[in-house]
Design a protein around this ligand. Structure first.
Ligand SMILES: Nc1nc2c(ncn2[C@@H]2O[C@H](COP(=O)(O)OP(=O)(O)O)[C@@H](O)[C@H]2O)c(=O)[nH]1
Ligand SMILES: [Mg+2]
Length: 449
């Protein structure tokens, strides 16, 4: 339990119909008794005057008192609902400070809720995600995480790791049988199932992160295919220079745009060709570097000049297989019929005209779809880079465990790696978390939350 009492305005600064000041900590009942003349009954709205040191009313409104542990923070909490003006709010906060409270740091109420086991760390992060949600989808995903859906997935995965670890440790306890036991086909099968389990949770987390932080889309292709024109269409303004001269774009042009509230980082790049000058060469090098980091590459081809998308076939080898590609046939206004790319199994393809704007709604819908704006089974959750890193670490430990098993039949080492995996997963829900990590997470919150 914390020993100090914190106070902050929970409503945003500025003018509003109602402004709420929130107090949490052990001194809350005493503070309430002085400021209101008496301690309000638990969890019942009361009308009261909020008094200053002289007993004069600063403001009047509804009060709510939540005795510990049945409150947001798990401590005694008092909420004063006053008139929403900055001077009123500050006067109420100042009065609470006089009575022994201190100003709350950003996210400190939620941090206390976490420390008092009201929610785990992934849920606490979802509180901020819900407040920051930029679209309905992001909002719903954050709400699912807040209700513990993502935490439950991580717990399920943790249990699977523990089960496997227990199985292996049982083998170590009977050394004379260990070798046979570790050679067991079933163990290999269990690792396979665990790997699939990891894939499922990681996929959900990756989608959740895209929804929250936005997807990075790199527009690439040959010079003059219409990449910059496409960026300008998506952005809705002239972000990049467009000319009929090949090699116009030499640096990477970055634009942050939103499609129905969904954040998207779009990068326009220098056209890929051989025989450019030094500056263009550097531009191409950068274009290729950005493609490696992209969540998706929009590969633009001139539908009239390259109906078979030969350019993509030539570049595909240079792209890492895991970067998803969408083939965009541009300049369809010039192409006689719709070009037919050679195979049906290739990347998804779209037909647009950056000049006329035709096909752009389909492109936007496609990008939304790529970010998981389709009905995912069980629904989307919100997740962060931190969660993905922890999942990747846990998975690496699991792979190492499988390797130790396959190559050396080393039970102790297998168990040790699985312990590492378990610990990495525990970091997501915050069972093991450093002060430093907590500081970083809660610093991103607003004051009063
Ligand atoms: N007819 C037609 N011309 C286009 C279209 N998109 C771009 N262009 C033209 O193609 C030329 C090259 O465009 P730009 O966007 O600079 O291509 P980039 O080199 O790939 O960035 C310019 O003259 C554009 O006006 C399109 O959809 N239809
Ligand atoms: Mg360009």
């Amino acid at each position: 339990m914390h020993t100090d009492t914190i106070v902050a305005a929970a409503t945003p600064p500025g003018r509003g119909g109602i402004g709420i000041v929130r107090v949490s900590g052990p001194k809350t009942p005493e503070l309430a008794a002085v400021m209101l003349g008496e301690l309000p009954p638990a969890r019942q709205a009361r009308f009261a005057r909020f008094l200053d040191a002289q007993g004069e009313p600063i403001d009047a409104g509804l009060v709510l008192f939540f005795p510990a542990p049945h409150s947001y923070t798990g401590e005694h909490v008092l909420e004063l609902q006053g008139h929403g003006g900055p001077v009123v709010m500050e006067a109420l906060v100042a009065r609470a400070l006089e009575l022994g409270a201190r100003r709350a740091a950003p996210g400190e109420f939620t941090q206390r809720a976490f420390l008092n086991d009201k929610l785990d760390l992934a849920q606490a992060e979802a509180v901020a995600d819900l407040i920051d949600a930029g679209s309905r989808e992001a909002m719903r995903a954050a709400m699912r995480s807040l209700q513990g859906e993502f935490s439950a997935m991580v717990r399920g995965l943790t249990e699977a790791v523990i089960e496997l670890r227990t199985y292996v440790e049982a083998a170590i306890d009977f050394p004379e049988e260990e070798v046979d036991f570790l050679a067991d086909r079933e163990l290999g099968e269990r690792f396979r199932v665990l790997r699939e389990h990891f894939d499922g949770v990681s996929d959900s987390a990756r989608q959740g992160r895209l929804l929250r932080e936005g997807m990075t889309v790199v527009i690439a292709g040959r010079p003059n295919a219409g990449k910059s024109s496409l960026l300008n269409r998506l952005a809705g303004y002239d972000a990049a220079i467009v000319t009929p001269l090949p090699g116009t774009t030499r640096d990477v042009v970055r634009e942050r745009i939103a499609i129905d509230g969904m954040p998207l980082h779009v990068l326009d790049t220098a056209g890929l060709r051989s025989g450019g000058d030094l500056v263009e060469e550097e531009g191409m090098r950068r274009a290729q570097a950005e493609m490696l980091r992209a969540d998706r590459v929009l590969f633009v081809v001139d539908a009239a000049l390259d109906p078979g998308a030969a350019a993509l076939r030539e570049e595909r080898a240079r792209l890492p297989a895991e970067v998803p590609v969408t083939l965009v046939f541009n300049k369809c206004d010039l192409a006689a019929g719709l070009p037919l790319a050679d195979t049906i199994t290739g990347p998804p393809r779209l037909y647009v005209s950056a000049l006329s704007g035709s096909g752009l709604p389909e492109l936007r819908a496609h990008l939304k779809h790529c970010m998981g704006f389709q009905s995912v089974e069980g629904g989307m959750i919100s997740a962060r880079r931190r969660h993905l890193d922890a999942l990747a670490r846990a998975r690496a430990h699991t792979e190492e465990a499988a390797r130790q098993l396959a190559e050396r039949r080393a039970g102790e080492l297998v168990a040790e790696e699985l312990r590492g995996a378990q610990q990495a997963l525990a970091g997501i829900t915050g069972e093991f978390s450093s002060e430093d990590l907590l500081g970083r997470i809660f610093a991103g919150f607003c004051i009063g939350k």
